[in-house]
Write a protein that binds this ligand. Structure first.
Ligand code: ADP
Length: 247
């Protein structure tokens, strides 16, 4: 069964907004520990695809399977609890808190009003925080309030915070938007490192960044899947060229 073979599996999906068909997908699967990139022109349906997985938008028809379960009718909050993490374009870190304090808040079970009242941080938690911050070169900024971080550092902090919750699937929306070339390269490196430990779906516009990710690419256009494969392969696909040049 496809829904058991894949961590995420979409079948016969239709999403309509007031009769406008935003998404129309026969079958789409993401394997465990895969890094998949979804590209496509503006309005292709990339955000809507993530929205139906995270439960933000209801499907008009079809089923969404995650980790062997049918989650089509499961609420956004419960889908998050089941292990779907989502990173939006704008980082949502707490400006007045330090890098370390932001990471503490991201630990599982910490999203409470007064965190320290509810659970005591363990040595394991501290080790996980420090190991992750070392990977994104934020160890030197441990006690720096987040407001002083660069845009790239904020993106890395937010990805690190999401990883603390040990998501089974991470949906990442345009992680390279607004980054310098150097920051973009470091972000690609980070995502490649996380591949194999986590299942990650990246929505992206920046083609140079997509090339650096060197992963399987799915091309969406007008709500439909146009092509699928390596970047080299999909960029030679006549339908993909048409979709991008036709605008
Ligand atoms: P992308 O992320 O690829 O740019 P979207 O998924 O945001 O594309 O949008 C796909 C299409 O669905 C667009 O034409 C958009 O205008 C439309 N759309 C998305 N969300 C809504 C909504 N809540 N109501 C009406 N139309 C929407």
């Amino acid at each position: 069964e496809a829904e058991l073979k894949f961590l995420l599996y979409l079948r016969d999906i239709v999403v309509e907004f007031d009769g406008f068909r935003a998404l129309d997908i026969d079958a789409f699967g993401i394997f465990h520990n895969e890094l998949r990139v979804i590209i496509g022109p503006n309005g292709a349906g990339k955000t809507t695809l993530c929205d139906i997985v995270s439960g933000k938008t209801d499907v008009t028809a079809g089923r969404v399977y995650f980790d062997g379960d049918d989650i089509t009718a499961v609420s956004e909050t419960d889908i998050a609890k089941r292990g779907v993490g989502r990173k939006f374009q704008t980082p949502t870190v707490f400006d007045s808190l330090t890098v370390y304090e932001n990471m503490e808040l991201a630990l599982p079970g910490r999203q409470k009003v007064i965190p320290n009242l509810w659970s005591k941080e363990t040595r394991d938690d501290r080790d996980r925080i420090l190991t992750m911050l070392e990977r994104v070169s934020l160890l030197q900024a441990l006690h720096t309030p987040a407001r002083y971080l660069s845009h790239g550092q904020r993106q890395w902090l937010e990805i690190s915070m999401l990883i603390m919750a040990r998501p089974k699937l991470l949906l990442v929306d345009e992680p390279a938007a607004g980054l310098t070339d150097e920051e973009t390269a470091l972000t690609a490196e980070l995502l490649l490192e996380l591949r194999g430990e986590h299942t990650i779906v990246v929505i992206e516009h920046d083609m140079e960044f997509v090339r650096q990710l060197d992963s399987r690419v799915t091309v969406l256009n007008e709500g439909k899947m146009l092509a699928d494969g390596t970047m080299e392969k999909v960029q030679q696909d006549p339908q993909v060229i048409e979709a991008y040049l036709g605008r």
